[in-house]
Design a binder for this molecule. Structure first.
Ligand code: FES
Ligand code: FES
Length: 166
């Protein structure tokens, strides 16, 4: 099948990329846009390592046909826009708390957690583990990941509350 040139808005940059049939967004981001921060663990939609934001919502990009993303905003952990403060703090906290081992799951977890914290879906430590149910860390770092996310959530809680009520 011949690839089709499709305009994708990736991290605020509109670029024409060749897309073949139902090629996944994850593959296009890695192979055509060279964003290797998008990790592909299972390619079947259950590990969460390939999570990116599509129009602000977290999606597993291995199951998303890239062709369906034309005209929509794709954001990876490389250029998170309004989530940059949250994502930078999550990355730093995860590293400093030794929650990162091989790192395969981390971009997806940072993307997912920053979006859910920003949307007010995570309001306390108790919300974090259920929200991580689709994010598989094969290095068993869950306790440290949850603690690190909770510290960042708590640190940002005041600012997010003010943002929400203004
Ligand atoms: S690689 Fe997409 S969910 Fe596992
Ligand atoms: S740190 Fe290795 S999979 Fe999570």
């Amino acid at each position: 099948m011949k690839p089709e040139l499709v305009a994708l808005d990736v991290n605020g940059d509109v670029r024409y990329v060749p897309i073949t049939g139902l090629q996944s967004l994850a593959d296009v981001l890695r192979q055509e846009v060279h964003l290797t921060s998008v990790k592909v663990g299972c390619a079947e939609g259950y590990c969460g390592s390939c999570t990116v934001l599509l129009d602000g919502e977290p999606v597993v990009s291995c199951l998303m046909p890239a062709i369906a993303c034309e005209g929509r905003e794709v954001r990876t952990v490389d250029e998170p826009g309004e989530l940059s403060g949250l994502q930078a703090d999550l990355q730093r906290e995860l590293c400093e708390s030794d929650a990162v081992q091989c790192g395969m799951c981390i971009p997806g977890i940072v993307t997912l957690m920053s979006a859910l914290i920003h949307q007010g879906e995570i309001r306390s430590a108790a919300d974090i583990s259920p929200a991580l149910v689709g994010s598989i860390c094969r290095c068993s770092g869950y306790a440290r990941i949850v603690d690190a996310v909770e510290r960042v959530r708590a640190a940002h809680a005041g600012a997010l509350h003010r943002e929400g009520s203004s």
